[in-house]
Design a protein around this ligand. Structure first.
Ligand SMILES: NC(=O)c1ccc[n+]([C@@H]2O[C@H](COP(=O)([O-])OP(=O)(O)OC[C@H]3O[C@@H](n4cnc5c(N)ncnc54)[C@H](O)[C@@H]3O)[C@@H](O)[C@H]2O)c1
Length: 98
């Protein structure tokens, strides 16, 4: 049992890398805050199926949100001890910057 869990902010949590990373972290009893805008770059049902594998974990919370919007949370996030991993893919024409 992990007696000192880390809370991770994972952007792109419904993506391939984000989901598998989140799953490993949850399996070692860390906490995961998942963000994803569920864009339609490819089939959204695939992303929803990935989220369905994470959502049974009590330590997983998910918000459908664009990363830029999440940046507005920064003052709040800075008050917490957070590990963060950003695994989203930028598309041509996206106006958002990392
Ligand atoms: N999959 C691989 O084998 C691989 C290998 C090397 C590098 N990468 C890189 O790793 C990153 C992730 O890869 P992946 O395969 O998981 O991609 P993916 O497209 O499956 O996942 C990215 C997720 O990010 C979400 N997203 C995109 N823009 C967002 C935003 N602004 N705010 C919130 N969510 C947003 C998408 O909805 C998607 O679910 C990419 O940059 C990719 O180029 C992937």
């Amino acid at each position: 049992m992990n007696t000192n869990p880390t809370t991770w902010l994972i952007t792109g949590a419904a993506g391939f890398i984000g989901m598998h990373t989140s799953l490993r972290l949850l399996e070692r009893d860390d906490k995961v805050i998942g963000l994803d805008n569920l864009n339609d770059y490819y089939d959204v049902f695939l992303k929803q199926a990935r989220l369905a594998k994470l959502q049974p974990h009590a330590s997983f919370t998910f918000t459908r949100l664009m990363w830029l919007t999440a940046m507005a949370w920064q003052p709040c996030l800075l008050t917490k001890s957070l590990g963060a991993l950003s695994v989203w893919r930028r598309r041509a024409g996206d106006r958002e910057h990392p």
